[in-house]
Design a protein around this ligand. Structure first.
Ligand code: FAD
Length: 520
């Protein structure tokens, strides 16, 4: 009996010590952070904005938000947390513009770094034979566009929406209609400055610290915080011929897309989308398009049918008359080789900035109607070319037949433009498609436009891909178990784990991706 009594007392003391240690760690977090010498500052009370993202479905409250003014603010904070080791549960998430979908830029009871506060050296454009721009990791792509245009230059590869940060898109890939030609944004970066999970500030490129460079690109924020990036530039056009043509047959649509991306001299931008019984503002949000001929525009309604729209753009400079003629000629020649429904040619001419910033126009419209900050259960997939017809048959023929609750993009890219040393995961084949279900859910609806219905549809799509062994990879991936992550990375998992233990051994960084768990 005495023994049992002593064991009980021992257990109580032991558990109290652990609770005391944990409480001590938790209660002392703000004060240890407060004592750090910073150019910027922490906030500990007004932290709700960092528990929100574009997906509008996950909310994890952080303990603090760092508003850095310098790279050393970020390095000092991470070094401090690294030195506390496993005595602290603190993790760190960089928040770009918070346009993640499932809490990827959040840190439950951790520190969120508001990257947009980072005031590094000013954006700097270098002209010359291989022009580039040096920017802060928290810079928005729209600002980079405007700054480089002052020098007659522009980045080559984009996302469809430019109010995203450099650090955010480079942590994923950055894919749009230019990717077939230039590769994703991660293929158009010359150099990075990174703060690792140990608080070291490292400059890296193809030549120097190349393993860190490749790790961070497409690395889902796991290996370091991107504080600066050197983005490759090219001469900028000022105008764009923007074209849309329709197909009723998916196989013909896909064949034409693949033909166009296989050509050396072709359009500057090639995308496509699916029109499923198109109605309503939410479905149209990405189609801010004014065809010149309004009669043709009325054909755009799909009247209950599923149509496939090929979207193309050709850049040009309007002051060069001979080039304008040549561009018109090239467009006519390229279009003549395609098999779209001939009466559905929409063609308009817009400025380069209008073209690239097109989604922002829809954002403004949706915001004014309270339809921007709704749940966004998006699903983004990379599908191998050889399986795209099977995928389309099942998904557009059986699963998504009534409506799409938002745009569905579908376009092929060339894998040769992706660097397989980066952390981005793509299918095995030389050509693969990006299929993006950009759905919006109507809050508290229990119908087909409600969150539950859309999530069930997403699940059906994923289950079909799995069962049919399509070799699909998620883009902007979201998984809840390490087994699923392991399957996502496949043979690249071991490298990913090795890189994690080299650059962020305590798993401090980007906890919102839920790949690794900090050991405490
Ligand atoms: P956040 O959402 O804030 O962060 C994303 C991830 O990166 C988080 O894990 C975060 O911790 C990490 N991170 C952020 N900054 C840094 C940094 N400086 N260093 C290291 N890690 C960092 N994607 C495309 O590829 N193509 C598109 O056409 C496209 N269109 C989109 C349109 C809209 C309307 C939206 C909302 C998103 C779109 N996206 C597109 C997806 C977009 O690329 C990702 O959602 C991206 O994560 C958003 O960037 P962000 O700057 O808001 O980053």
């Amino acid at each position: 009996q005495n023994n049992i009594f002593f064991i009980r007392v021992f257990m109580i003391l032991f558990l109290s010590c652990i609770a005391f240690r944990n409480n001590l760690c938790l209660s002392s977090i703000p004060s240890t952070l407060k004592s750090l010498p910073l150019d910027g500052h922490f906030t500990f009370d007004e932290v709700h904005f960092a528990a929100k993202d574009f997906g509008n479905r996950y909310q994890f409250l952080p303990a603090a938000i760092l508003h850095p003014k310098s790279v050393s603010d970020i390095a000092n904070t991470i070094k401090h947390i690294w030195q506390m080791g496993s005595h602290s549960e603190l993790t760190v998430a960089a928040r770009g513009h918070g346009h993640s979908l499932q809490g990827q830029s959040q840190a439950h009871r951790g520190v969120v770094i508001s990257m947009e506060s980072l005031q590094g050296p000013e954006m700097q454009v270098y002209t010359g034979n291989s022009p580039y721009v040096d920017v802060s990791g928290g810079e928005l792509w729209i600002n980079i566009l405007h700054e480089s245009l002052k020098y007659g230059l522009t980045p080559k590869s984009w996302t469809d929406y430019l109010h995203l940060t450099v650090g955010g898109t480079l942590s994923n890939a950055g894919v749009s209609g230019q990717a077939f030609q230039h590769g994703p944004q991660i293929s158009n970066v010359n150099q990075l400055e990174v703060v690792t999970g140990k608080g070291d500030v490292v400059t890296c490129s193809e030549k120097h610290n190349s393993d860190l460079f490749h790790s961070v690109l497409g690395g889902l924020g796991q290996f370091g915080i991107i504080t600066r990036a050197r983005i490759s530039l090219e001469p900028a056009p000022d105008m764009v011929k923007w074209i849309r043509v329709l197909y009723s047959d998916f196989a013909t649509f896909a064949r034409d897309q693949e033909y166009l991306i296989s050509l050396g001299r072709t359009f500057d931008y090639i995308e496509g989308f699916v029109i499923i019984n198109r109605t309503g503002l939410l479905n149209n949000w990405r189609s801010s398009f004014n065809p010149q001929d309004p009669i043709q525009a009325s054909h755009f309604k799909s009247d209950g049918r599923t149509l496939f729209c090929l979207e193309l753009a050709k850049y040009f400079n309007q002051d060069k008359t001979d080039v304008v003629h040549q561009v018109r000629h090239e467009i006519e020649h390229l279009l003549s080789q395609l098999s779209y429904i001939t009466s559905t040619l929409f063609l308009s001419e817009v400025t380069y900035v209008e073209f690239l910033d097109r989604v922002h126009v829809s954002e403004v419209k949706l915001r004014s109607k309270g339809l921007w900050e709704v749940p966004h259960p998006w699903l983004n997939l990379f599908i191998p070319r050889s399986k795209i017809n099977n995928f389309a048959d099942e998904v557009f023929g059986n699963i998504l037949t009534e409506t799409s609750n938002g745009p569905v993009l579908i376009y092929p890219v060339n894998k040769s433009k992706w660097d397989n040393r980066t952390s981005a995961i793509t299918p095995e084949e030389d050509t693969f498609y990006l299929v993006a279900f950009l759905t919006s859910a109507v809050p508290s609806s229990t119908g087909t436009d409600g969150l539950e219905h859309i999530l069930t549809q997403n699940k059906r799509i994923l289950e079909y891909c799995e069962k049919a062994h399509l070799g699909v990879k998620q883009y902007l991936p979201h998984y809840t178990t390490q087994e699923e992550w392991q399957a996502h990375f496949g043979p690249r998992w071991e490298i990913f784990v090795q890189r994690k233990s080299a650059y962020d051994p305590l798993a401090v960084l980007a906890p919102g991706q839920r790949i690794f768990q900090k050991a405490i």
